[in-house]
Design a protein around this ligand. Structure first.
Ligand SMILES: Cc1cc2nc3c(=O)[nH]c(=O)nc-3n(C[C@H](O)[C@H](O)[C@H](O)COP(=O)(O)OP(=O)(O)OC[C@H]3O[C@@H](n4cnc5c(N)ncnc54)[C@H](O)[C@@H]3O)c2cc1C
Length: 433
């Protein structure tokens, strides 16, 4: 059976598929790969744009290995099987009166896939999803099952929380959740120059700040989500309005504009300015994950770099200079987010307060020139690419951007001496095992 990722940028033809439904079966699949001399990888929901999940060896589909194993509502510690999607996790946490402290834009990813590439949301005082992991259970290359946490095998824990699938198959993750909370969302268009001038203030004063900017427009859409004290949700969006705003305006109507732009590229600039001018204000409150997560049905390709927070304006200025000079116009907006420094070896926010700049292009439109220009602007400030989003860096260049890169490789050699979990993407970004 062939495998393809969500964006359609990667296909693979694994020689064998396994769908384990227990840790013993995961271990059995890893051992079977070893006996056959094949490499092995777990695949999540295929939402990485890079070939990080692709394999021609043994592919492990963990969609039969889901659900919560244990939950302590007093401490907030919840252990979940690795194939559980974030959507299913959010629903289960709702039932326990708990929530993830921070989330990205979508909930289709598996928890293990999301952690493995350093998936993040936004919030200057909060880290990415991997910072919410307290412990993990992994099946290593020899089929053994090990646990790790800050207290038990701390080096494996520092490496495996953002492990790119290189160290073993994660079978379970223990997350530190928080009591369920409500977010008040405030979204409004603002002149881009004002947003840039007030970037530090917005990032510092809001629990979750981000903005979108259509590259040919003058306006940005500023999103500020803040926690509201307990009690019932004050102002949820009615179901019909949610449908109108998220499904019709952000997906169906925007998708139609994108298709028009792809058919007639000279319209892209005007359509982009139209989209920018049509941005509108909305404010509502809802259960946290219903604010964090929105449906994304229009297919696109994406690159994202984590840059030192203090360099974000320089990179955006360079991007603004580059866009008008591109041979091919850009249909999709730029997204800018923030995160706190963390201590996870291959986390894009390792050791520094971070701003994330994500650029996108509508599927089927040329993007290489745009992505190259962005990559060189990010390189000038030591940017680190999202492991699951398009970039061209290799191990030599990544080593210079991650102080603990060689420590990660050491743990990789110890846990997987024969390179059972490698693939061509890992050979490029980490070096051959
Ligand atoms: C529409 C869209 C929106 C997105 N929004 C965001 C966002 O807001 N923030 C952000 O940071 N990223 C975002 N991403 C990127 C996405 O979160 C990551 O690429 C994530 O890794 C995808 O998870 P997945 O379950 O699809 O994993 P896959 O892409 O299938 O796999 C990712 C990696 O995880 C490994 N893996 C999966 N399961 C296991 C396991 N059990 N054990 C060990 N390794 C495993 C795979 O081998 C692979 O290396 C988005 C992507 C899309 C398409």
């Amino acid at each position: 059976m062939k495998w393809q990722n969500w964006a359609g940028t990667v296909t693979a033809a694994p020689s064998r598929w396994y769908r384990p439904a227990s840790v013993t079966e995961i271990s059995g699949a890893v051992k079977a790969a070893a006996s056959a001399g094949l490499t092995a990888r777990a695949v999540g929901s295929g939402h990485s744009f890079t070939a990080v999940a692709a394999t021609s060896g043994v592919a492990m589909d963990l969609s039969g290995w889901t659900g919560i194993v244990a939950a302590d509502t007093t401490t907030g510690l919840v252990t979940v099987r690795s194939g559980t999607t974030i959507r299913a996790l959010n629903a289960a946490l709702d039932g326990l009166g708990l929530a993830m402290a921070n989330l990205g834009d979508i909930d289709a990813q598996t928890i293990a896939g999301a952690l493995s590439t350093g998936t993040h949301g936004t919030g200057s005082r909060l880290g990415g999803l991997a910072t919410q992991a307290e412990a993990m259970e992994l099946v290593l290359a020899d089929g053994s099952v090990v646990s790790c946490s800050a207290a038990e095998r701390p080096e494996l824990f520092a490496a495996a929380r953002v492990g790119l699938g290189a160290l073993g198959v994660i079978s379970a993750v223990t997350l530190r959740c928080v009591p369920a909370f409500t977010l008040a969302a405030d979204e409004r268009p603002m002149p881009l120059d004002e947003v840039l001038a007030r970037f530090g203030e917005f990032a510092g004063e809001n629990d979750h700040f981000e903005f979108y900017w259509f590259p040919y427009g003058r306006n940005a859409l500023v999103k500020r989500n803040n926690r509201v004290p307990g009690g019932p949700v004050p102002r949820p969006m009615p179901a019909w309005r949610r449908f109108w705003e998220f499904e019709v305006m952000e997906n169906a109507a925007f998708g139609a504009l994108c298709r028009a732009g792809r058919a007639m590229p000279r319209l892209i600039g005007p359509l982009n300015r139209f989209s920018s001018a049509a941005l509108s204000r909305r404010s509502y409150s809802d259960v946290s994950h219903r604010v964090f997560v929105t449906p994304r049905r229009v297919r696109f390709v994406e690159s994202e770099y984590a840059v030192p927070r203090e360099s974000v304006l320089d990179v955006l200025a360079e991007l603004r200079r580059a866009v008008p000079r591109l041979a091919d116009p850009v249909m999709f907006p730029v997204e800018v987010r923030v995160a706190a420094a963390d201590d996870i070896w291959l986390s894009t926010a390792y050791g520094r307060d971070t701003a994330y700049i994500a650029i996108h292009q509508y599927a089927g439109l040329p993007y290489q020139g745009y992505f190259d220009a962005f990559e060189s602007a990010a390189a000038a400030v030591g940017g680190r690419p999202h492991w699951g989003k398009l970039h061209s860096l290799d191990a030599a260049r990544l080593r210079a951007r991650y102080p603990r890169f060689d420590d990660f490789l050491r743990v990789r050699r110890e846990t997987d001496p024969e390179g059972r979990f490698t693939n061509p993407y890992l050979d490029r970004v980490l070096g051959p095992p």
